[in-house]
Structure formats: structure tokens, C-alpha cells
Design a protein around this ligand. Structure first.
Ligand code: GDP
Ligand code: MG
Length: 369
């Protein structure tokens, strides 16, 4: 069995060895810095420190998988993950629908698209994954939970309306997340469309068009009349190329929940956006407070698939509870470890809830005095 030295574990977890020794002591184990502990113990210690499963993936492999950087030769290009943001009624939904409908490949024609909260679109120039998160609430909610899943934002601004409140908010969120923006100036079919005004207004927010000496890409489109869509996607893929997006498809999958729901017949299901590694039928995973085993996977066309790699959104069946959007999803070695992590998290969650409840009671008691 694999083992790890206390000092190495401390280094890899960014902790002092002394802190780990203290926890081990509280578990009834006397160790020194140079002693080694087995994987199970290491996992327990990591859980104790509130380490998220991302670390557990490597823990039970003797710290070989996650913390070590992927070898260059294991990395492969992956499609960009794009979120469409913008002011209400500026055409986010129309734009995504238009993009999907004009990029349906022959094989899927007539197939019914499923709503799973994310779409995988094969354009003539490359693949793009779109997150269907209308508005920026979902985007910020995910970020607040530490989940960065978007590589690029398409900012939709209606050419007849110009920059509005939520346009500004979207720009600020994208900037805060350090995610590049491609501007889609929409509704250019309208008589009172004024794309120049959009360029001017956005320049005041620091988004300078190339014509103005900046590097923000603007594309004029009409979602309604399907004008400029190919050009927009080309710009998105060009911008993505600059980002040089890569991931290792050859390891256990990790990703985030885009959305989750309780299905009448299938129980709790969730859309997972795979970010690295590959997910397979039968894989055991931990996700938020829950765990499970991939019983079935569907893509956004409702087709059963057996494997999904980086940047692919898949609807996964086999959770033992309802996950939340933004939860991290990590494949682990076996069911034993999955159960242990999930139950440790649930215990912690219960303790937090109890602590909160007793505080509320005390506060209301004091307030009533
Ligand atoms: P969202 O709130 O940003 O998702 O906006 P929607 O996609 O729901 O669009 C709001 C309204 O604008 C709808 O009535 C659309 O038909 C209309 N719309 C969207 N795109 C265009 C466009 O390119 N041209 C015109 N004329 N109307 C559009
Ligand atoms: Mg909408």
C-alpha cells in the first residue's frame, strides 16, 4: 500500500507539519515529521482540514494525481466554455437558440434537444460549449462558490437600446472573473439600431474596439434574422485560441454542476460540466454533500453516451441526493472512499446548521429581553 510522509503531505496541502501531527495525535496516532502514514489516514486528515475532494482524488492514489501538474504531453486542446450575458430582452435566449438551430448537424436533425442547462455546439469552425445561464445570477452564484467554469463571455447588447444596467453588471462580473468578453451587438436588423453608440458606451467601461485601438471584438448580429452568427462564432473561436485551452482527458473526471433536478423516474440527476479527465459509465464520484455512481449519461441531445471528456456537459444519473449548481464533482477510486467523504461532509454541514440554529435562538432570546 502507498504511504506518504507527513512532511510531504504538509507541503502539498500548504500546511505546517505540526498541524498534521496534531490532528494525527487527536486520532490517537503519534507521528513525527519524517514518518509515513497510509492513504486512508491521509484521507481522513485531509477531510479534517476541510480539504475539498479535489485533493482526495490524489490522496488515495498516494498524492500522484491532482497536485502534480499534468505532463505537457498529456494535455489536449479542449473546446471553450462560453456564457452569454447581457441586459434583459437584449436577445440572449434568441441568440443561443439561433446558434443552436443553425448548427445542427445532419445526424441530429429532427432530434429533440434536451434542456440540460448547457449545450455542445459543433460549428463548421470548431466546437463550443454554451452554458445556458440566462442573466448573470447563475454566473455569479457559481463564482461565489468558487466554481470558475466559463472561459469566455459573449456580451449581448441590443443595438437599439445600448448599454443598460445589467450590461454594466455583466461587464463588471466578467472583469472580476478575469474572463475575456466578445461583444455581440444584436438586433442590427432594427431601424433604430445604432451599433456605434454601443461601441462608444462600452468604451467608457474600458472595452475598446479594435477600430479604437483596443482589443475588444465586436460583432454585429441579428439573432432574429440570423445575420452575422458565423462571424460571431469565428470571433469566439479565435479568442479561445488565444487562451490556448487545454486539459488532460486521460485521468479521472472533475467538473462542476451546472444544474440539478429531481426526475420523476430517474431520481436526482444533474448536468455536470467536465473540466478535466473523462467521465465513464460506472465511475464513482463525490459531489457536494452527496456521492454516487454514474448509472447513465445523456448528452444535450438526449443520447446515451458512455464517455465524456473535458468541456463536455452531460446529464448524469446515479446521485444519492440532489446536488446544487456550483457543486464540485470529482470521481474517486471506489465507493468506500466516496461514502466516507460524503458522510464527513454531511456531518460537518449538520454541525454548521446546528451552530447557526443555536445562535439564532440565543440572539432572539437576548433580543426579547
Ligand atoms: P433575453 O431576455 O436577453 O433572453 O432576450 P430574448 O432572447 O428573450 O429576446 C427579447 C426580445 O427581443 C424577443 O421579443 C425577441 O424576439 C427580440 N429579439 C431578439 N433578438 C432580436 C433581433 O436580432 N432582432 C429583433 N428585431 N428582435 C430580436
Ligand atoms: Mg432569456
Amino acid at each position: 500500500e502507498e504511504a506518504i510522509r507527513v512532511s510531504d503531505m504538509a507541503k502539498q496541502m500548504g500546511l505546517k507539519a505540526q498541524e498534521i501531527i496534531k490532528i494525527l495525535f487527536s486520532m490517537g496516532m503519534m507521528t513525527t515529521i519524517n514518518q509515513s502514514i497510509d492513504q486512508d489516514t491521509a484521507t481522513l486528515v485531509a477531510t479534517e482540514f476541510g480539504y475539498e475532494v479535489e485533493q482526495v482524488g490524489f490522496l488515495e492514489e498516494g498524492f500522484t494525481q491532482t497536485l502534480e501538474e499534468d505532463k505537457l504531453e498529456d494535455l489536449a486542446p479542449r473546446p471553450p466554455v462560453v456564457t452569454i450575458m447581457g441586459h434583459v430582452d437584449h436577445g440572449k435566449t434568441s441568440l443561443l437558440d439561433a446558434i443552436r438551430e443553425t448548427n445542427v448537424t445532419k445526424g441530429e436533425a429532427g432530434g429533440i434537444t434536451q434542456h440540460i442547462g448547457a449545450y455542445h455546439v459543433e460549428t463548421s469552425r470548431g466546437i463550443i460549449t454554451f452554458l445556458d445561464t440566462p442573466g448573470h445570477e447563475a454566473f455569479t452564484a457559481m463564482r461565489a462558490r468558487g466554481a470558475q467554469v466559463t472561459d469566455l463571455v459573449i456580451l449581448v447588447v441590443a443595438a437599439d437600446d445600448g448599454v443598460m444596467e445589467q450590461t454594466k453588471e455583466a461587464v463588471n462580473h466578467a472583469k472580476a472573473a478575469n474572463v475575456p468578453i466578445v461583444v455581440a451587438v444584436n438586433k442590427i436588423d432594427k431601424e433604430d439600431a445604432n451599433p456605434d453608440r454601443v461601441i462608444r458606451e462600452l468604451s467608457e467601461m474600458g472595452l475598446l474596439a479594435e477600430a479604437w485601438g483596443g482589443d475588444t471584438i465586436f460583432a454585429n448580429v441579428s439573432a432574429k434574422q440570423r445575420i452575422g452568427l458565423d462571424e460571431l462564432l469565428e470571433m469566439v473561436l479565435l479568442q479561445a485560441e488565444v487562451l490556448d485551452l487545454k486539459a488532460n482527458p486521460g485521468k479521472r473526471a472533475r467538473g462542476h454542476i451546472v444544474e440539478a433536478r429531481l426526475d420523476k423516474g430517474r431520481g436526482p440527476v444533474a448536468t455536470v460540466l467536465i473540466q478535466e479527465g473523462s467521465l465513464h459509465e460506472g465511475d464513482v464520484f463525490v459531489c457536494g454533500l452527496y456521492q454516487g455512481k454514474v448509472r447513465a449519461m445523456l448528452d444535450d441531445k438526449g443520447q446515451k453516451i458512455k464517455e465524456a471528456g473535458p468541456s463536455y456537459p452531460v446529464e448524469v444519473q446515479g446521485f444519492d441526493g440532489l446536488a446544487e449548481s456550483g457543486d464540485e464533482f470529482v470521481v474517486v477510486a471506489d465507493e468506500k472512499i466516496a461514502r466516507r467523504i460524503a458522510s464527513a461532509r454531511q456531518t460537518k454541514e449538520r454541525e454548521k446548521t446546528l451552530a447557526k440554529a443555536s445562535k439564532v435562538t440565543l440572539d432572539s432570546f437576548l433580543a426579547s429581553k
